[in-house]
Design a protein around this ligand. Structure first.
Ligand SMILES: Cc1ncc(COP(=O)(O)O)c(C=O)c1O
Length: 358
């Protein structure tokens, strides 16, 4: 068997959910499990969290149906709403909570014939300008939806553009815009993602929506997950599958892009970009071999990458390699590669077996 595995510690996810709840005492939480639970495996994550969480949040009806099949009690929030008219009756059958984010969705909902009314989350565009109604338009929709037979609860939701940038002016503006609508009669309100849960208590409202923090990664560039009390859920682990000596001046890998400045011991690792490791990781990116950090050298291949083992003269074929996990936070690798932990976690490909620790 190819020695590459994504080990997922489900107890870490439960711990991180508890951290979110402690940050927002008395509030309810939608555990965000879209994109296959940020790459961790939605079946296992939902099974592990059900009974403990107040709800789940997903990005499509297909994802919602998968969650509903595993948990017929929790609320399941469709974050972007329905994409076509035929989805509304299905959303009702599944008993979903539904975001309504634009005029087309309002009309489709009001034209739909539903087996039961839906909890609707009317989305305010408080400043991100991605989804949602401007405040005035939202006020107009509010009255129509309040009177509609298709609507059970009528709730207010919005999303921060810059919650990960503490002190950014847009955060206050978005919060103000949200608060400015609370003279309207809403049953529930929700605004905070992980970054806002961790640093903006005024944004907690009735329901928080933790995503990345559940998986033990940090939404902040300047504040690590460990400092936030979060435990990493995923470790991506491989092995050395070859070790060789190269002379000074010899190159390693495709394009001969890295050249040894001194006689070097080179290890080949069983992980590449087809597994989700970023191809653009530069030489020097840390990789953990036998618990020690060594630099990546040369271009990442489809199934392999190379490391400089010169500081580890005893490293040999079969030795353990961690690409990210407890010894190398995914956020640190992401920052070395000019991306974010979210992208690395969601891009671990299907061919990488997941192994679960309860
Ligand atoms: C509307 C909405 N709420 C909450 C989240 C969770 O965000 P985070 O993973 O930063 O906690 C997301 C994620 O993209 C989202 O789109």
């Amino acid at each position: 068997m190819r020695p590459l595995i994504a080990a997922v510690d489900l107890s870490a996810i439960r711990h991180n959910y508890a951290v979110a709840k402690r940050c927002a005492p008395g509030r309810q939480a939608f555990a965000v499990v879209k994109a296959n639970a940020y790459g961790h495996g939605v079946r296992e994550v939902v099974t592990s969290l059900r009974g403990e969480v107040d709800g789940f949040a997903v990005a499509s009806l297909e994802e919602a149906a998968e969650v509903r099949a595993l948990d017929d009690r929790s609320r399941v929030l469709l974050l972007e709403g329905c994409f076509e008219p035929g989805e509304y009756p299905l959303a009702a059958q599944l008993g979903l909570d539904l975001v309504v984010q634009g005029p087309e969705q309002v009309e489709a909902l009001l034209a739909a014939s539903l087996s039961r009314p839906l909890n609707v989350w009317l989305k305010l565009d408080s400043g991100m300008h991605r989804l949602g109604f401007a405040a005035d338009a939202l006020r107009q929709c509010h009255a129509r939806l309040r009177a509609a037979a298709q609507v059970a609860e009528l709730n207010l939701i919005s999303h921060f553009a810059c919650a990960d940038l503490r002190g950014h002016g847009l955060n206050e503006d978005q919060l103000e815009s949200f608060l400015g609508l609370l003279d309207l009669d809403f049953d529930q309100r929700s605004l905070a993602n992980s970054a806002a849960i961790l640093t903006m208590p005024a944004a907690h409202m009735d329901w928080v929506r933790p995503g990345i923090m559940l998986y033990g990664a940090s939404p902040f560039a300047d504040l690590g997950a460990a400092e936030l009390g979060l435990k990493p859920a995923m470790s991506l682990s491989a092995q050395l599958i070859a070790v060789r000596e190269v002379a000074a001046g010899e190159s390693v890998g495709y394009g001969a892009a890295w050249e040894a400045a001194r006689p070097s011991r080179i290890g080949t690792v069983s992980c590449g970009y087809a597994d989700g490791y970023p191809r653009h990781a530069p030489s020097g990116t840390p990789v953990v071999v036998n618990g020690r950090r060594v630099p990546l050298v040369g271009r990442v291949s489809m199934d392999m990458l190379a490391v400089d083992l010169s500081e580890l003269p005893n490293a040999k074929v079969g030795d353990p390699v961690e690409l990210w996990g407890a010894q190398l936070p995914v956020d640190e690798l992401a920052s070395a590669c000019g991306t974010i932990g979210y992208e690395l976690l969601t891009k671990v490909t299907a061919r990488v077996p997941r192994r679960y620790l309860a």
